[in-house]
Ligand binder design. Sequence first.
Ligand SMILES: *[C@@H]1O[C@H](CO)[C@@H](O)[C@H](O)[C@H]1NC(C)=O
Ligand SMILES: *[C@@H]1O[C@H](CO)[C@@H](O)[C@H](O)[C@H]1NC(C)=O
Ligand SMILES: *[C@@H]1O[C@H](CO)[C@@H](O)[C@H](O)[C@H]1NC(C)=O
Ligand SMILES: *[C@@H]1O[C@H](CO)[C@@H](O)[C@H](O)[C@H]1NC(C)=O
Ligand SMILES: [Ca+2]
Length: 394
Amino acid sequence: MTESSSRNKWVLLLTLTFAHFSSISLAQDGLVANGDFETRPLNGFPSEAVTDGPVEIPSWRSIGTVELVASGESVGGGMVLIVPRGTHAVRLGNDAEISQELTVEKGSSYAVTFSAARTCAQMESLNVSVPPASQTVDLQTLYNVQGWDPYSISFAAAEEKVRLNFKNPGMEDDPECGPIIDDIAIKKLQVPDKPKDNAVDNGGFEFGPWMFQNVSLGVLLPTNLDEETSPVPGWMVESTRAVRYIDSNHYAVPEGKRAVELVSGKEGIISQMVKTKPEKQYSLSFSLGHARDKCKEPLAVMTFAGDQARSFHYTPESNSTFQVAIVNFTARAESTRIAFYSVYYNTRTDDMSSLCGPVVDDVRVWFSGCSRNQVVRVWLGIGFIFWAYFLVLG
Ligand SMILES: *[C@@H]1O[C@H](CO)[C@@H](O)[C@H](O)[C@H]1NC(C)=O
Ligand SMILES: *[C@@H]1O[C@H](CO)[C@@H](O)[C@H](O)[C@H]1NC(C)=O
Ligand SMILES: *[C@@H]1O[C@H](CO)[C@@H](O)[C@H](O)[C@H]1NC(C)=O
Ligand SMILES: *[C@@H]1O[C@H](CO)[C@@H](O)[C@H](O)[C@H]1NC(C)=O
Ligand SMILES: [Ca+2]
């Protein structure tokens, strides 16, 4: 008795110690170490001009020309640098890269959120990698007039120690060009519960990447083409441009706290493969909304499901910011692709250039083939139980 209880104590102590250590070392949701580049380097920020020579960026390892830049600085051509948030950010020169090792949970998936701006008019891109996974994020399109945007990509952790790497693959003539990055955060992705009455995973978009409370630009989701490691579990972004992940702190969201805004016309498609039975009838419903971000109407969404392709125009009742759209379709296979894109290329009425579009949320697919018969069967069943109960009591 005493022996086993003292052993239990040891087990408890060991467990607590282990939990303590693992909670210290595992990457927490939110900014990574010095993810906002505001930690002062040992020999000061370059803008303070205390010393010459290379500046070590705390918590990061860099290769090539990686510069800490400050807001208000200007580069060649009199262009003023844009620093997404706070005072400092980094600029990656030709072929330069910056990386940080993270301790993560092996087998889990993570989303990385970062802010990026391009400096020159040329095409700029970023290669974001957590080897062996890598993704090139195109910075050519300006999605809003502020000149920068938060983006998110995701990876599945194959090891406990992974290296998060940002590289500028570009080779521009002007060495002062190259993307600026800032505000790098990580979030462990939860696996959403499989809903019973809905074949769509994460249909309300509530599971997704880290979003900064203070940032009102949403988070752009670039093409991922891989449902397994999407920053918005279950969903894929197809086609060449991004869609915007939005929060209810800054946008009108039909359901819960998160939704997507289709900001890239036909070039930003969000889709999911749902399990179906061939030749059966299903219904797809979703909320079609306006983000209340001064987006100029008309707004419309093209919807694909099984044998159906239909467009819906945003025409809400009275003062609602969304409406519910329904498509009935017949499945043709064991899985059916459902997909959405914006029919129009919309911009905001105030600046005429920030990209915006219709909001999609609360996506549901359910078997509707013989709903009437099912209802009758349920009532017959209840009646039978009722009578059986009486017979037993009697
Ligand atoms: C991105 O970087 C990773 C790691 O450095 C590399 O393996 C991958 O080939 C690069 N991808 C592109 C498109 O340059
Ligand atoms: C939000 O902004 C305020 C003031 O600009 C700042 O003090 C605060 O740290 C920011 N919060 C986050 C979560 O970034
Ligand atoms: C519309 O808004 C008005 C005033 O805000 C409110 O009184 C009314 O109930 C709303 N109507 C609907 C249908 O929500
Ligand atoms: C979809 O099918 C249901 C019956 O399963 C029917 O009640 C409904 O009117 C149909 N909706 C549309 C838009 O065709
Ligand atoms: Ca939602």
